[in-house]
Design a binder for this molecule. Structure first.
Ligand code: F3S
Length: 391
C-alpha cells in the first residue's frame, strides 16, 4: 500500500503511539482488502461505547490512546452508551457499571469526540452526499450509503476510531464506485404496511444476501422510517452495507440474479422474532434512535391516554432530537412514558431493570434482545405497541 511521507512518519511512530497504532490498524485493513492508498474522510462515527458490549479491554485501549495524546482530526461522533444519567432508574444501576460507562464517554471526549451518543448521527448532522466517511454502526452505514448517498465501508469500532484520529480510511470496497453496484435484484411481492413489516423484510433479506448489494423493487410508498427499519434489519441478520431501489422493469436489471419475497417469508420472520404473546414489561420504540417525526407520531398516538402502571414505555433518541421535539416529549412523559437519550434497550442492562419481555416495532431489537439478554420479544407496528402500553 502506498503511503505518503507524512503517513510513513506516523506509521513509524514519530507522532506518538496513538497515531502509530491507528495508522497500523488502517494499513493492515487496507492490505487485507487490497487498498492502494488512504483517502481523506469527512467524518467518523464510532461504535463500541456501551460498557455492556465492550467491557474493560476497551477502557484500557482508550486510556492508552488518551495518555499518548490522541486527538481526532475530523468530525467524530459516538454510538449510544448503556445509561441515560438523567433518569433515577438508570442511576440505580450498580455503581461500578455507572462509573465505567462514564469513564468510557469521558475518554472519548478527551480525544475530541462529540458525545452525541446516538446510532442516528445523520439526524444531528448528516454527511454530504458523495462524501467519503468512516462509519461504524451497521444501521447508520446502510442509511448513509443508501439514503444519504455518502460513501462508507461497514467499519468496526476500532477502525472507525483509527480513521477519526488519522482523518483517513483505506480506499477499498464501497469507496470505489464499481463496488457500489447492485449484484442481485429483489422483487418484493409481499404486502408491506407498517415499519415493522419493513423490518421483517430486512431480516429476511439479510439472511439471503450476506454482503451482496440488492436492487429492491416493490417498495411502493415506503417512508423514511420504513427504509431505516429495513436497512437496520438487513444489517442485523446479514452484512449488507447498502441497497438500491427502483420500480419494476428498468432495462439494466436484466442481467442480475433475481429473487422474490412473498407474504409467507415475512410471516416466518414475525413468527421467529415474536417469542412472547404475554403482556410485555417494556414497550420500546427507537431502534434505530427516533427521528423528530417518530417522536411526534408517538405523542399523537398517546395523546389523551395514559401508560399502564405495569408496563414501561421507553422512546429512545438522541439528546439533540429530544431537544428539538420538546413539546411532544412533554406529552409523552406526562402520560407516563420516558423519552430516554443516549442509550437503548439493546445496549443497556435490561435484566437489571427486571425486564423479561419486550414489545417493539424494531425487528433489530426483537432479534438482539433475545440473543444478548435472553428476554422474550414481540414485533408489532408502532400503533399496536402504543395500544398495548396504554390503559
Ligand atoms: Fe441503535 Fe440500539 Fe438499535 S444502538 S440501532 S437503538 S440496537
Amino acid at each position: 500500500m502506498y503511503l505518503t511521507k507524512d503517513e510513513e512518519r506516523i506509521y513509524d511512530g514519530e507522532m506518538g503511539w496513538a497515531y502509530q497504532v491507528s495508522m497500523r490498524i488502517l494499513v493492515k485493513l487496507g492490505e487485507l482488502y487490497g487498498a492502494r492508498r488512504l483517502i481523506p474522510v469527512e467524518s467518523a462515527h464510532i461504535s463500541g461505547v456501551s460498557y455492556k458490549t465492550v467491557g474493560d479491554a476497551a477502557i484500557d485501549f482508550l486510556k492508552a490512546l488518551v495518555e499518548s495524546g490522541g486527538k481526532v482530526r475530523v468530525k467524530a461522533t459516538i454510538n449510544p452508551s448503556g445509561v441515560d444519567y438523567n433518569y433515577a432508574f438508570f442511576r440505580a444501576l450498580p455503581e461500578d457499571l455507572l462509573e465505567r460507562q462514564r469513564e468510557i464517554i469521558d475518554l472519548y471526549e478527551m480525544m475530541g469526540v462529540d458525545a452525541v451518543l446516538t446510532c442516528t448521527p445523520y439526524y444531528v448532522e448528516p454527511p454530504s452526499c458523495g462524501a467519503h466517511v468512516a462509519w461504524a454502526e451497521s444501521s447508520a452505514v446502510v442509511y448513509a450509503n443508501s439514503i444519504i448517498g455518502a460513501w462508507t465501508n461497514r467499519e468496526g469500532g476500532p477502525s472507525a476510531l483509527a480513521s477519526a484520529l488519522i482523518g483517513k480510511t483505506p480506499d477499498y470496497g464501497l469507496h470505489q464506485p464499481e463496488n457500489r453496484q447492485p449484484t442481485i435484484l429483489v422483487r418484493v411481492e409481499a404486502n408491506l404496511g407498517s415499519e415493522a413489516d419493513y423490518g421483517a423484510l430486512g431480516i429476511h433479506l439479510g439472511k439471503i444476501l450476506g454482503d451482496r448489494i440488492p436492487l429492491i423493487q416493490g417498495l411502493h410508498g415506503a417512508n423514511e422510517t420504513c427504509l431505516k427499519q429495513m436497512g437496520a434489519a438487513m444489517a442485523t441478520s446479514g452484512m449488507t452495507p447498502m441497497f438500491h431501489m427502483n420500480e419494476y422493469g428498468a432495462e439494466h436489471n436484466k442481467s442480475l440474479e433475481k429473487i422474490a419475497v412473498e407474504d409467507r417469508d415475512l410471516v416466518r420472520v414475525y413468527e421467529e422474532l415474536s417469542t412472547s404473546d404475554e403482556k410485555p414489561d417494556l414497550v420500546f420504540i427507537g431502534c434505530p434512535h427516533c427521528s423528530f417525526d417518530e417522536i411526534k407520531l408517538v405523542s399523537k398516538l398517546i395523546e389523551g391516554r395514559r401508560i399502564r402502571e405495569d408496563i414501561r414505555l421507553w422512546v429512545c433518541t438522541s439528546r439533540f432530537i429530544r431537544g428539538k421535539a420538546e413539546d411532544y416529549v412533554r406529552l409523552i412523559e406526562s402520560a407516563g412514558g420516558r423519552v430516554v437519550c443516549g442509550t437503548c434497550a439493546v445496549v443497556t442492562w435490561l435484566k437489571n431493570f427486571g425486564i423479561k419481555t419486550v414489545m417493539t416495532n424494531s425487528a433489530k431489537t426483537a432479534y438482539y434482545v433475545q440473543l444478548l439478554d435472553g428476554v422474550k420479544a414481540s414485533l408489532s407496528p408502532i400503533s399496536e405497541c402504543i395500544n398495548v402500553a396504554c390503559e
